[in-house]
Design a protein around this ligand. Sequence first.
Ligand code: G3H
Length: 311
Amino acid sequence: QSSAGPGLYLEVISRVRVNTQAVQKRAQHLQAQKIPRKQFQTAWLLKAVTCIDLTTLSGDDTPSNVHRLCMKAIQPIRADLLEEIHMHDKGCVTTAAVCVYPSRVADAVKSLKAANCSLPVPQVGSCSVSHRVPEVRLAVRDGATEIDIVISRLWPSQDSGEAMYDEIRQFREVCGDAHMKTILAVGELGTFTNVYKASMVAMMAGSDFIKTSTGKESVNATYPVAVVMARAIRDYFLRTGHKVGFKPAGGIRTAQESLLWLMLIKEELGGDWLRPHLFRFGASSLLADIERQISHQVTGRYAAYQELPLA
Ligand SMILES: O=C[C@H](O)COP(=O)(O)O
């Protein structure tokens, strides 16, 4: 169920100051922790697969590469590998969604429908705000059931909380029942305090997920930023009883990193957040490395990339 949001309560965040050193120390601690032991790693990697928003955000995307992406999302791990680990007939190993630009939503929905599959299709917009709201409306009409919204870079400035809230509310309205993931562009927020405040405002405005970045900025998903956003999600849950999801995006490429991210979420938010309705990876190439790692664990050798069907 998409959230209406409780309204803007700036007094809740006005005096917040995030301790930078404490955040960095916590992030270092989380990065240094042990990833799951070998015998459990395949299960954790499959969990990571089910949380991926398999993404293509290229200006030159075509219906055929979007179609390939959809087929990969439906069958992300080679069938013989799944058979070896007795997961081939469970029907649950798909990515969480396929994520494309608005202009490719209709192609993705068509490919998935033809394959009789109902994976969500999120879209990410990129143009100016006056275009983005109608663009979201069109994407919802084309069948997008999740929307990753790009907001104006309003924070930090005077009255930025209110302006950001008003903008997100416009998107919330046109998203309707579609799940809304608000992209904060954390690399441009300057301080952890701003990341915390922007996270809170996005949740108060009814975001179903808060997302670090589009993946196109110079700084994308980092562990310290994840700690701050996860704490904001936790605080928001304690105040409202509402669970908001988290989506780190950009630069997450290896199976090893995906395990660290899952451990971080488990430590910071708990097991409930380790499911696709509350956690996503925004990633374009992570799946390839995870599949290769699973192939190694199943067969004892690393497959060459050409042995694994590509998106
Ligand atoms: O939201 C998804 C990102 O654009 C993907 O970034 P990436 O290509 O660095 O994995």
